[in-house]
Write a new protein. Structure first.
Ligand code: NAD
Length: 289
């Protein structure tokens, strides 16, 4: 059996081309008309700064103008209000964690849901949970984008998601459910995780635990999507023990080079959707759910 490698870099480069065309259509000959993506970050958090810089690069690569604002540079609630009101700003992302997590939460709650292109606001989370159109956390959307790019069916499949966080596990489960999968969500208190994962036709792993999923936990027809990003002495690894699992499943996304490169493209796709909606005068929330 040959395992298919779900190559996120390849998916991201297709998305980049598509988005570049859509941005060109929006801006025409006027560079001033290019949509802007505002990224609020904290200088004291490496994770926040890394996410911000990967978004900044991705934005430039499709012609969206990144506007990076450091937490340290001024009163942030007023900044969010100003960005909400600015027509050129199509998307607003708070690159978590901020140095003050409570401030991070208040800032997110202040974002206009129509500009919430990383699906972080309670409004978008609620719409997604209800199965209605919403902007969706980018990593969760990246899982669906990879499955779609490789024509992997979701409807009717038994999907198992490991992880129930608001940024990955829960929204992935909602998106799979909206696409008619039968979804099981596993977490730290799940008894006999292997019994659940062995039954999965689609296995999405977002636990933050390096090498958690091993070959005896999967079946031969499984498609495995690994969202984990774990820094180890051996480098960045996923939540799946890739070397032993990859040879025994139908398809698998690697780490690095799987979900990682697709995630910023999902923020950009939702940013472009927001800009297109503004250009066409529509006011409904996102349509990615
Ligand atoms: P989190 O810590 O908020 O949540 C982890 C979830 O996994 C929890 O629900 C927990 O119950 C579950 N879990 C942890 N260990 C488990 C175990 N042994 N058995 C069963 N369930 C277990 O983490 P998160 O923010 O959801 O991130 C998960 C992983 O995804 C991390 O590695 C993170 O770095 C990665 N991530 C990747 C991207 C990306 O762009 N690719 C974005 C966000 C997060």
């Amino acid at each position: 059996m040959t395992t298919r490698l779900l190559d996120g870099r390849d998916v991201a480069s297709h998305l980049r081309r598509e988005l570049r065309h859509r941005v060109e259509r929006l801006s025409g000959d006027d560079p001033e008309a290019a949509p802007q993506l505002a990224i609020l970050r904290s200088g004291s958090s490496e994770a926040s700064a890394l996410y911000a810089s990967s978004l900044e690069r991705a934005a430039r690569s499709v012609g969206v103008v990144p506007v990076v604002l450091a937490e340290e540079s001024g009163p942030m609630i007023e900044t969010i209000d100003r960005l909400n009101a600015d027509e050129r700003v199509a998307g607003i992302v708070v690159a978590q964690p901020l140095s003050d997590p409570e401030l991070g939460r208040r800032l997110v709650e202040r974002i206009d849901p129509a500009k919430d292109v990383d699906g972080a606001t309670p409004a978008n989370a609620g719409w997604l949970a209800r199965g209605e159109p919403a902007f969706v956390p980018a990593t969760a959307l990246a899982v669906i984008a990879i499955l779609e790019a490789y024509d992997i069916p979701v409807a009717g499949q038994r999907a198992v998601v490991i992880g129930r966080s608001a940024v990955v596990g829960r929204p992935v489960a909602s998106l799979l459910l909206a696409r008619d999968a039968t979804v099981v969500i596993c977490h730290r208190a799940t008894r006999n995780l292997a019994r659940e994962t062995r039954r999965a036709e689609l296995l999405v792993v977002a636990a933050g635990s390096p090498g958690l999923v091993r070959s005896e936990m999967v079946n031969a027809s499984a498609v495995v999507v690994d969202c984990g990003i774990n820094a180890t002495p051996e480098g960045i690894v996923g939540d799946v023990h890739h070397a032993t699992v990859a040879p025994v499943v139908r398809a698998i996304s690697p780490v690095p080079g799987g979900i990682g490169p697709v995630t910023p493209m999902m923020v950009l796709r939702q940013t472009v959707e927001s800009a297109e909606r503004t250009a066409s005068g529509k006011t409904t929330p996102g349509d990615a759910g």
